[in-house]
Design a protein around this ligand. Structure first.
Ligand code: UD1
Length: 322
């Protein structure tokens, strides 16, 4: 029986992957240092699947720091498929704390690859990031377009991608990079200033306080509901002909922050006036994925629209606030 190891499995995206894998009856191990992840996310994933037909009960939870190679080896022992989601996933935090961010995003990735190679894992799927494209002019972004990282986070994700490719070339380890584009959904933690913008906007609107927009709000993003990402990643665990590939998983559209806020306010029945502040260092202006490679290699198309995803997300924040 295969063992799926989800690093960062107590985090936002990781816990959704855990939920989907448990739902398919897979054997799952979560590896997390619980820095931004929470045990509660794993509990929520387990609860949401329910007990019916699940042969393995709770996933094993292994807590520790993947920046330590000995720990990484123990954490990946016996792994078949590794979904490497663990990261410090924030552009502004990487600008403020580049060394901590480098350890979490590069050192840990290298250790995971070494451990995966040595334990005989068949495939590693890595959480890449749209931020690697920077402000290159052409939209939508195709995977083979030039990269131009504007922040330590973006550079670290790019180095991670290149390490994956090297491990495929040098050691024959099957690796796939899935580039995420501004993922949102239930369980995204809104409690830090580094949190994703959708979680922060919803939190502000629920509290009746003005959402903060950095810059003029006309920057655009390919906001992707987490269920779409889970679908893309799980396809990448089993698709043939994807070894060594980098694949965008997103919606293929872009929405400005001003428009996003309008849609959210309409959904939530609020009309708060946002506060506009200075633009953020390391911020990209526009981001939109070309998702034709994901369609071709993974059979992926986004299942949940932005508006449906926002509706589900708002419902979740409302329920968890009450
Ligand atoms: C970036 C990456 C994304 C990565 C993520 C990790 C790009 C295009 N995307 O997202 O792939 O997974 O980092 O965190 O680089 N903003 C506000 N008000 C707020 C918070 C944010 O206006 O309260 C603005 C930001 O300045 C930015 C946009 O909203 O322009 C999105 O910010 P955020 O949600 O933090 O994600 P990115 O940095 O775009």
């Amino acid at each position: 029986m295969s063992l799926y190891v989800v690093t960062g499995g107590a985090g936002f995206i990781g816990s959704h992957l855990v939920e989907a894998l448990l739902g398919r009856g897979e054997r799952v191990r979560v590896v997390d240092n619980l820095s931004t992840g929470k045990r509660g996310n794993v509990d929520a994933a387990v609860q949401s699947v329910g007990s019916g037909g699940r042969p393995f009960g709770r996933p094993e939870l292994v807590v520790g720091d993947l920046g330590d190679l000995d720990f990484a080896r123990r954490a990946l022992e016996g792994a078949t498929i590794v979904l490497h989601q663990a990261a410090i996933p924030s552009v502004p935090r990487s600008v403020k704390e580049p060394v901590a961010s480098n350890r979490a995003n590069i050192d840990a990735t290298l250790n995971v690859l070494v451990a995966a190679r040595d334990t005989g894992a068949t495939r590693v799927v890595f959480a890449g990031s749209s931020s690697v494209f920077g402000d290159t002019p052409t939209l939508p972004k195709r995977e083979d377009m030039p990269t131009s990282p504007l922040s330590p986070y973006a550079l670290q994700k790019l180095v991670g991608e290149q390490y994956l490719r090297l491990f495929t070339d040098l050691y024959g380890l099957e690796t796939v990079v899935i580039r995420y584009f501004n993922v949102f959904g239930p369980r995204q933690d809104p409690s830090s200033p580094y949190s994703g913008v959708i979680s922060l906007f919803i939190k502000a609107l629920l509290a009746g306080t003005a959402p903060m927009i950095h810059g003029d709000g006309e920057q655009t993003r390919d906001f992707t509901f987490v269920a779409n990402v889970v679908d893309g990643v799980l396809r990448a665990t089993e698709a043939p002909d994807v070894t060594g590939q980098v694949i965008n998983v997103a919606t293929g559209t872009r929405t400005s922050l001003n428009e996003l806020l309008r849609v959210l306010q309409a959904l939530m029945g609020t009309s708060l006036v946002p506060a506009y502040g200075p633009g953020r260092d390391g911020d990209v202006r526009d981001s939109q994925a070309d998702i034709s490679k994901a369609a071709r290699l993974l059979g992926y198309t986004p299942r949940v629209s932005l508006e449906d995803g926002l509706r589900q997300t708002v419902e979740w924040y409302r329920a968890s606030a009450s």
